[in-house]
Design a protein around this ligand. Structure first.
Ligand SMILES: [Zn+2]
Length: 420
């Protein structure tokens, strides 16, 4: 494998794709009518896009697992499902022993490696180990790396803080929001996690670890270096933060990444390999239930500028910048929750927030609910000014009592669309 040139990477991608398509063509009912032979990149660009709605529909029609199965059911060893956080029905996704090894190999060889995490580390997983793949794959990848794994499932936040204090892990794996929650609970217990054994924190599930102000807040709370990771249940682990720390490299030896413009009805023949838009991904190591040209709904800016870490893999600058569907409009200005989060998390007084989006007489009205550390609204005026300065529009902010907004170890729900 020659991963030292762009041409080498492209050759590997095509080779893996061809082998995978050959493997699934005779047995995978889902792809039977969607695929044709792929002998060149032109053939690939002729293939249609795939959407999550199509997958959901397939699983509803053929329950419980749908038809995107290349092998007999007996060959599959793991079932996970999506959190359903985007409002849709959860998707169920199966892995074989071989594809699970692919997952864990990507964790060991790319994601942990990118963060400089080694077999000497002790990793604490603040995660419930439910049906969501979340950190299951991270856990199995850490075992493969030879690190010591510490499961923090079925523990409350206080127990987790105590576990960190007593077991002295060097790495924390959690969502970014939950890391901040743990630090807050620690402070309430009189335990300062910035003085704990944690040297690195590794995050997924939300864009936070690539949002500069959120990243800084976690760095300060734990006195640690903060790393992001991207992935999706139905796709696999797609990216990792390198030493440059300004985005996420996508693992191009195991996936094909493309971008399409937002808003238009995109033409499968005119995708880009860099630039800003919706991310489209093909996985190349999971042909038991593959996704070919899958529209992720994630907003990214892909850059092929050389990175100081030396990796040739494309970089999503600033990580995943949001969900395409989460965009909202305030007096003609289009905004994503991540942009709002970047402003709010500059304030150490703010511990949690929610964006309320309401349509009143066909007009978009947006307001922010803030939870503050001391329960007062002293910071509100400054925040409103700051938001106005950043986006050129006034966005009303209101403080709510501590504990009003939902907070758990899974993805934070940042935007609430209110019907009126
Ligand atoms: Zn890099």
């Amino acid at each position: 494998m020659n991963l030292n040139t762009q041409a080498g990477i492209k050759a590997i991608q095509l080779e893996k794709l061809q082998a995978g398509i050959e493997e699934l063509q005779s047995s995978n009912l889902f792809y039977k009518s969607r695929l044709h032979e792929v002998n060149s990149w032109n053939d690939f660009y002729d293939l249609p896009f795939l959407t999550k709605a199509e997958l959901v529909e397939d699983q509803q029609r053929t329950q419980p697992f749908g038809t995107n199965l290349t092998y007999p059911l007996g060959d599959y060893v793991r079932l996970h499902q999506t959190s359903g956080s985007s409002g849709g029905r959860p998707l169920r996704w199966l892995d074989t022993g071989k594809s699970w090894l692919w997952w864990t190999g990507l964790w060991a060889n790319h994601i942990y490696k990118g963060a400089g995490i080694t077999s000497e580390d002790r990793i604490f997983f603040a995660f419930s180990f439910g049906p969501f793949v979340g950190f299951w794959s991270a856990y199995a990848g850490a075992e493969r790396l030879g690190a010591m794994v510490i499961p923090g499932g079925s523990m409350g936040s206080e127990q987790r803080v105590l576990a960190i204090k007593e077991l002295e892990p060097t790495v924390l794996c959690s969502t970014p929001t939950y890391a901040l929650r743990l630090a807050e609970v620690g402070a309430q217990m009189g335990i300062d996690l910035s003085k704990s054994s944690i040297k690195k924190t590794l995050h997924a599930g939300e864009p936070g670890a690539s949002i500069p102000s959120t990243k800084r807040a976690i760095e300060t709370a734990f006195g640690a270096s903060v790393y992001d990771h991207t992935g999706m249940t139905e796709l696999g682990p797609t990216g990792f933060t390198c030493s440059a720390g300004d985005g996420v490299h996508f693992i191009e030896s195991e996936f094909i990444f493309e971008v399409i413009p937002i808003g238009a009805d995109p033409d499968p023949r005119s995708t880009q390999s860099e630039g800003t838009g919706e991310l489209v991904v093909t996985n190349l190591g999971r042909f038991c239930s593959p996704l070919i040209r899958y529209r992720t709904g994630d907003l990214v800016e892909l850059s092929r500028n050389p990175c100081s870490c030396g990796s040739l893999f494309v970089k999503a600058v600033g990580g995943i910048q949001g969900r395409v569907d989460d965009m909202f409009t305030v007096r003609g200005i289009n905004l994503y929750p991540t942009q709002v989060e970047e402003v709010l998390m500059r304030y150490s007084e703010i511990v949690n927030f929610q964006i309320r989006h309401e349509k009143i007489r066909h007009m978009d009205e947006v307001s922010l609910l803030l939870e503050t550390r001391d329960g007062t609204d002293k910071v509100v005026e400054k925040v409103v000014l700051d938001l106005r300065h950043s986006f050129g529009v006034r966005i009303d902010c209101k403080c709510v009592p501590s504990g009003t907004l939902p907070r758990n170890e899974m993805k934070a729900k940042r935007v609430v669309h209110v019907q009126s």
